[in-house]
Design a protein around this ligand. Sequence first.
Ligand code: AMP
Ligand code: MG
Length: 343
Amino acid sequence: MRTLCLSARDPETAARAAALLRAGELVGIPTETVYGLGADGLNEAAVARIFEAKGRPQDNPLILHIAGPEQLDGLCHDIPQAAWDLAERFWPGPLTMVLPCRDCVPRRTTAGLDTVAVRCPRTAVTREIIRLAGTPVAAPSANLSGKPSTTTARHVLHDLDGYIAAVVDDGPCAVGVESTIVDLSQGAPRLLRPGGISPEQLRAVLGSLTVDQAVTAPIAPGAVVRAPGMKYRHYAPQGQVLIVDGPRERAAAYIRRRFAPGDAVLCYEEELPLYAGCRPTAYGREDDPETLARGLFAALRDLDRADVKTIFARCPPAVGVGCAVRNRLAKAAGFHVISEAEL
Ligand code: AMP
Ligand code: MG
């Protein structure tokens, strides 16, 4: 199959992408978080092709993307007031809500769960595509399973060229890490995955919020998890990522002592001069964590090479969008962190 690359600026793109989705094809769609691998979320055969193209485990459910909150009632039941409050405040935007799902949603989409994850993306062309397709669009991140997510159309083609009908190119993603996921299906709201909306922003609307332990710690083999996707190795380049915390100079001294040929450093722009000769890649500015979120996956993809062995990574504290950056890097690192005390 030849994969079409459609520009978001072309006025015919939304209609072409929507027609492909209606025909059961796969389309790479831009969102403000990462690029998605979209299919008609109510068409079982189309959804099955998502799992096939990504090599995604069958028990990892998909997020349904909708054009606006008015579509929520048709997909979910027993929607609490908190969901409407969050939708009002954060949609369209990088927030996914898990709610009890109606029978119209195929179990293939929810991986057999009786809940479904729903989000309304901010990217205008994608909401137009969903509206014209007339169906919610199931879309996981448009990368091969286990690899760093895609934040440009070029990344999507790198992983999926020839396996999908088209990709819609809307430039680099504005947020750069996947959506925040909140489970509202079981009483007290629970954060399953940090993302573009921070825990602090959620608490301002919800009052209280429990953070699932899968966000901050590795999951024991065989454990039952609320977000099945959290249990898989994720976002990982071929080399071993090792997070090094602590103050700038001491962390640099530690990394330089251990650095061996074939290793690389993932650091802040401000730190580049400290790592001359250590193959440094900067992914954003320490004083502006949003740039770190935007640059993280592109940097991890650049470092995803057989000749890179250990990647020493500098990582922001889990505050604001830094919470999502830290979660993704910790998962890429298999939670291997050198703390300040170990420097
Ligand atoms: P991705 O689209 O690749 O970012 O992955 C979607 C994430 O949403 C995975 O981590 C899933 O586990 C999570 N998810 C999707 N549906 C549900 C659900 N019904 N309950 C809990 N987590 C979900
Ligand atoms: Mg993903």
